[in-house]
Design a binder for this molecule. Structure first.
Ligand code: G6P
Ligand code: ZN
Length: 537
């Protein structure tokens, strides 16, 4: 290796680049070595390795195995076929008391020879490495001048079993079994099976990504779901040319099915690496923010949570719907920056049980990642106990807590400079914003979100710009930390509506004054040259 690579700064969730970048000679090795160099005490320890099956997964797994051997790990656990969903990897790390894990994924980003790839390191609690560690890794990438790699043949990833190479044990394990067993400890599989065998129809879209094998084993084989309703269940290296992103744009087929005349009772989808979820009941799309609130309010109906919740955590841009549940339950509520890694300390310290993000991630203290199938199973468990439709559960929830209208507008692939200019100008205006009238809204206060971790005392600044309006509406501006080209501006809007007679509005209409305020206050059109968002969720 002749030189360090200047661009190996991990983002919200590890290092993500286009495949050809990872294919540059030494590039992948330099990053993996920088990870290993930032860790202390790996000698003889266990490392978990797996990925979402996208293009280049197998090659990087072979490299990672050889480098783990040369760097002194004593054992690696690898998912068969190179497959491990992110939550299953988190579980394997915890269950085997591994030192950590390498998860190869670019999550919901497209895959293929010219698409995205990613490498993320998780620590021994099973969760993404916290900022202190990712910063040390980045610092190391700036100076690194060598990597260590053992010389042995490719490991046969398709056979389970224990092998030995380079002085290290290599265990190829079934990626699903341990995870499925964990799910059986949390949920009432008998009750869900009874619901399904009673005619309750469940549809699941694995989006040609990692959850296919998990859905086949858990939903179909263990719970009796009709296999004809488990779509795209074979993982493909390019996800069939689609974005494995379970939102209303990319999971359109499922959405249309669920809104159509022959809709099954319940529909769900997961993303590339299996940590996200999309929940759609018959004729009702449940926003991730609402889903978090509803799962938290009903979690005690599942065996794994019957003792109640220790607390709830959500990322800052996620709506305040869960806060109302926490208040009612009398438990702690935490607001963290975007990125699952910020939940790790809270979960480890027993300060929260359920966490969620507007970006379609929900999970609990069973692992240290968000978990798509977990969310699906918790919904099914709740449906099995309450014997109501998803729509009824949603409506009951809104009646009890009020409805929080919520939407996110994304402006993808805009010039980084323009995006930075917009954010800087907006923040500059904050000094004089309080009291300003914007259409029908009045600004109450505005700030740049900083997080003070109550467990380790660390502070994370510049985590998004927030504008609060009188009456409780809120506007948040943030630049995405997961893109691989240009910048993506995310604008998050919400407004709480306590009045049941106004719970039937179309979301964009209900949020119109907040959407208008976003344009007035930030000049999105002027700065980005865009008339409309690329994606509305
Ligand atoms: C990844 C992380 C999530 C985070 C999301 C935000 O999926 O695992 O925890 O919410 O990225 O992405 P963004 O593009 O908004 O930075
Ligand atoms: Zn993901």
């Amino acid at each position: 290796m002749r030189h360090p690579f200047p661009d190996q700064k991990p983002g919200t969730s590890g290092l993500r680049k286009k495949v050809p970048v990872f294919q540059e000679p030494g590039y992948t090795e330099a990053f993996i070595q920088s990870i290993f160099d930032s860790l202390e005490g790996i000698e003889g320890k266990t490392l978990v390795i797996g990925g979402d099956g996208r293009f280049y997964n197998r090659e990087v797994i072979q490299t990672a195995i050889r480098m783990a051997a040369a760097n002194g790990f004593g054992r690696v656990l690898v998912g068969q076929g190179g497959i491990l969903s992110t939550p299953a990897a988190s579980h394997l790390i915890r269950k085997n008391k591994a030192f950590g894990g390498l998860i190869l994924s670019a999550s919901h980003n497209p895959g293929g020879p010219t698409e995205d790839f990613g490498i993320k390191y998780n620590i021994s609690n099973g969760g993404p490495a916290p900022e202190k560690i990712t910063e040390a890794m980045y610092a190391r990438t700036q100076t690194i001048d060598r990597y260590l790699i053992a010389d042995f043949d490719d490991v046969d990833l398709d056979q389970t079993g224990v092998f030995e190479a380079g002085g290290m044990a290599i265990e190829v394990v079934d990626p699903v079994t341990d995870y499925a067993e964990l799910m059986e400890t949390l949920f009432d599989f008998d009750a869900i099976r009874a619901l399904v065998s009673g005619g309750f129809m469940v549809a699941f879209d694995a989006m040609h990504a990692v959850t296919g094998p998990y859905a086949r084993e858990i939903l179909v084989r263990r719970l009796g779901v009709d296999p004809a309703l488990v779509f795209n269940a074979t993982p493909l290296e390019d996800f069939g040319g689609h974005h494995p992103d379970p939102n209303l744009v990319h999971a359109r087929m499922l959405y249309d099915l669920m809104m159509g005349p022959d809709a099954p009772d319940f529909g769900a989808a997961s993303d590339g690496d299996g940590d996200r979820n999309l929940i759609i009941g018959r004729n009702i799309f449940v926003t991730p923010s609402d889903s978090l609130a509803m799962l938290a309010a009903n979690a005690h109906l599942a065996p794994g949570y019957k003792g109640g919740l220790k607390g709830i955590a959500r990322s800052m841009p996620t709506s305040g719907a869960a806060d109302r549940v926490a208040a009612k339950l009398g438990v702690e509520m935490h607001e963290t920056p975007t990125g699952w890694k910020f939940f790790g300390n809270l979960l480890d310290a027993g300060r929260c049980t359920i966490c969620g993000e507007e970006s379609a991630g929900t999970g609990s203290d069973h692992v240290r990642e968000k978990d798509g199938l977990w969310a699906v199973l918790l919904w099914l468990n709740i449906l099995a106990v309450r014997r109501q439709s998803a729509l009824e559960i949603v409506r009951d929830h809104w009646a009890e807590y009020g409805r929080t209208y919520y939407s996110r507008h994304d402006y993808e692939a805009i010039e980084t400079e323009n995006a930075n200019r917009l954010m800087a100008a907006l923040e500059d205006s904050f000094g004089s914003l309080a009291g300003r009238q914007v259409g029908s809204l009045t600004v109450e206060k505005a700030d740049s979100f900083s997080y003070h971790d109550p467990v380790d005392g660390s502070v994370s600044r510049n985590q998004g710009l927030r504008i609060f309006f009188e009456g409780g509406a809120r506007l948040v501006f943030r630049l995405s930390g997961t893109g691989t080209s240009g910048a993506t501006l995310r604008v998050y809007m919400e407004r709480h509506e306590p009045d049941v007679s106004r719970h039937d509005q179309e979301t964009q209409t209900a949020l119109a004054p907040v959407i208008e305020a976003a344009e007035t206050l930030a000049g999105i059109r002027k700065h980005t040259g865009r008339d409309a968002p690329t994606v509305i969720t």
